[in-house]
Design a binder for this molecule. Structure first.
Ligand SMILES: *[C@@H]1O[C@H](CO)[C@@H](O)[C@H](O)[C@H]1NC(C)=O
Ligand SMILES: *[C@@H]1O[C@H](CO)[C@@H](O)[C@H](O)[C@H]1NC(C)=O
Ligand SMILES: *[C@@H]1O[C@H](CO)[C@@H](O)[C@H](O)[C@H]1NC(C)=O
Ligand SMILES: *[C@@H]1O[C@H](CO)[C@@H](O)[C@H](O)[C@H]1NC(C)=O
Length: 508
């Protein structure tokens, strides 16, 4: 079963230049940073094709939020989207504020249209490259997302580059995500992303020469590219012609320098790489190639998506020569976790519990292909979020909640996911990071080959053979880890949060 479709005609690069380092990275103690974000629909044509997008403060993607490690983030959300929403800060652990995690029907009731809600939490340990996005249905696929950068005064690499650039990679559709999802969740789709959609449709204006994204380099400067993959489901190989990259961060964890030519990134993953502008002054191509092996045949004709790296002093409008890297790289898998070593080796605690799950996709009894974790499809309780149930001591025993309770402090759990599907699946965890002990093919974990010495710690990893995120969430490929409910009971959520469940109708 494959989640790739012929419906994504464009993938575009979005860029937001973050101010030269280290503008933040101060040492004058934690601050409170206020962000006022209005989520609303707007008609834009970022790639030349005019369509309605979900925007943040009128922008697509949303503004780049920058804070320092230790700061408090106060994020006021004004919902003018015409539908309910909730905002998740991807990579923020919410250790003392689980009610601000932004996942509807797990962590909170939704923020109704025409109302406001303020997320308010600290980032005491989080550092690095992250993003925030609407977590209600598929709003982020329609544009409601932006970068969230946590600067670190103790970043071991901060003196090793001159400037930072944020590169957001996403698949971009000319049809809104709800329409795509409706087609996907029908018996006719057979779980394959569906019929061809006429892109010249509906009186939408299409402008030629919308232009390629351009990244400005100065010769001999070093750049930290913070690459964020906000795709709905395409896997890319990211590279810059003639320029090597050195990976230094994965999902907010520092890594040893790891020199590569091409970088695979799966949905929701983030990497930082250092690139030195050590080539002759010229224009170069930055490219994102589809990993076609993990896509259906219909995708074979998808173009390589390009942007321009423009050296200061190079001709403005001349075309860049094609000089792609030609080394081969395994497709449909993460950057090899064995070569991705943590910057500092830490002792990994021994596991105290083991759980195994089988991932599968097949028809439910109504004939619609859904995702199953051990034969159970996650269905949210849209009247009663999980966290509210915990506070009210209501048992989480509905099997469709896919809820697993961990009530022993200090438990270390090994979770094995066995993927019976022929598609790759990125898995992401909220509130924690996990160590990647190993990956492989077949339907049995090879315990002798697990890396318990120096595994990388991250929050999103791909389960081979092949990739994605939001769609499977909608398809029910999701489980809830309820950790230390007795400790949660001692916490005090704010009234504003409790009140979210008292307002408005609850239908989605
Ligand atoms: C944010 O939370 C802190 C700690 O609970 C509180 O002191 C502060 O008043 C809150 N700020 C806002 C704007 O809600
Ligand atoms: C981004 O994630 C999607 C979904 O898995 C993946 O298909 C794509 O290759 C990723 N992008 C890159 C640059 O790897
Ligand atoms: C999931 O199913 C497998 C295979 O039937 C079983 O061994 C495993 O214990 C199940 N996992 C859980 C958490 O129940
Ligand atoms: C199968 O999935 C569809 C789409 O989500 C849903 O409407 C239907 O109720 C499901 N059938 C069963 C028996 O759960």
């Amino acid at each position: 079963m494959t989640f790739y479709g012929i419906f994504f005609f464009y993938i575009i690069f979005w860029t937001a230049v973050v101010s030269p380092t280290p503008i933040l990275n101060r040492r004058d103690g934690p601050k409170t940073k206020f962000f006022d974000l209005t989520i609303e629909k707007a008609t834009l044509s970022p790639d030349g094709f005019t369509r309605q997008l979900s925007t943040i403060n009128g922008q697509y993607p949303g503004p780049t939020l920058e804070v320092n490690k230790g700061d408090r983030i106060v994020m006021k959300i004004r919902n003018k989207l015409g539908e309910p929403t909730a905002i998740h800060a991807h990579g923020m652990l919410q250790r003392d504020t689980p009610w601000f995690d932004g996942v509807p029907w797990m962590a909170q009731c939704v923020i109704q249209d025409n109302s406001e809600f303020t997320y308010n939490y600290t980032v005491p340990v989080e550092v690095g490259t992250h993003w925030y996005h609407a977590h209600e249905t598929l709003q982020y696929v329609d544009g409601a997302f932006g970068p969230l950068i946590v600067h670190d005064p103790d970043d071991p690499y901060k003196s090793e580059y001159d400037e930072e650039i944020v590169v957001m990679l996403n698949d971009y559709h000319h049809t809104d995500a709800q329409t795509l999802l409706k087609q996907f969740l029908t018996p006719e789709s057979q779980g394959v992303e569906v019929r061809k959609i006429d892109i010249s449709t509906k009186g939408s204006k299409c402008v030629d020469n919308a232009g390629l994204a351009k990244f400005n380099f100065v010769q001999n400067k070093k750049y930290r590219l913070r690459i964020i993959n906000t795709s709905a489901f395409s896997s890319f190989l990211f590279s810059i012609d003639k320029h090597e990259m050195e990976v230094i961060e994965a999902d907010g964890s520092y890594t040893k320098r790891n020199k590569i030519n091409r970088l695979p990134i799966n949905v929701a993953q983030r990497y930082s790489v250092i690139v030195t502008a050590n080539q002759p002054v010229d224009n170069y191509i930055m490219r994102s190639e589809f990993q076609k092996k993990c896509m259906p045949k219909a995708a074979a004709s998808l173009p390589t998506v390009k942007a321009i790296v423009h050296y200061e002093g190079a001709p403005e409008n001349s075309e860049a020569k094609d000089n792609p890297w030609s080394d081969s790289l395994a497709e449909c898998v993460d950057l090899d976790h064995d070569t991705l070593q943590p910057f500092k080796e830490e002792k990994v605690p021994a596991s105290t519990k083991k759980m195994e799950f089988t991932i599968g996709f097949h028809k439910n009894s109504t004939g619609v292909v859904r995702a199953f974790l051990n034969e159970s499809t996650y269905i949210p309780d849209i009247n009663f979020p999980t966290l509210h149930k915990i506070f009210k001591k209501i048992p989480l025993n509905d099997p469709r909640a896919n809820a697993f309770i961990f009530d022993k402090s200090g438990e270390v759990v090994d979770i094995y996911f066995i993927n019976t599907d022929d598609g790759e699946h990125p898995f992401h965890i909220h509130g924690y990071k996990f160590w990647v002990l190993g990956t492989g093919s077949g339907n049995k974990v090879n315990e002798d080959e697990l890396n318990t010495q120096n595994p990388i710690e991250r929050d999103t990893a791909t389960i081979p053979p092949t990739g994605w995120i939001a769609w499977h969430l909608e398809s029910g490929l999701l489980m809830q880890l309820v950790t230390l409910p007795d400790e949660i009971l001692k916490m005090h959520p704010p009234d504003e949060w409790t009140k979210l469940c008292e307002t408005g109708e609850r239908e989605r």
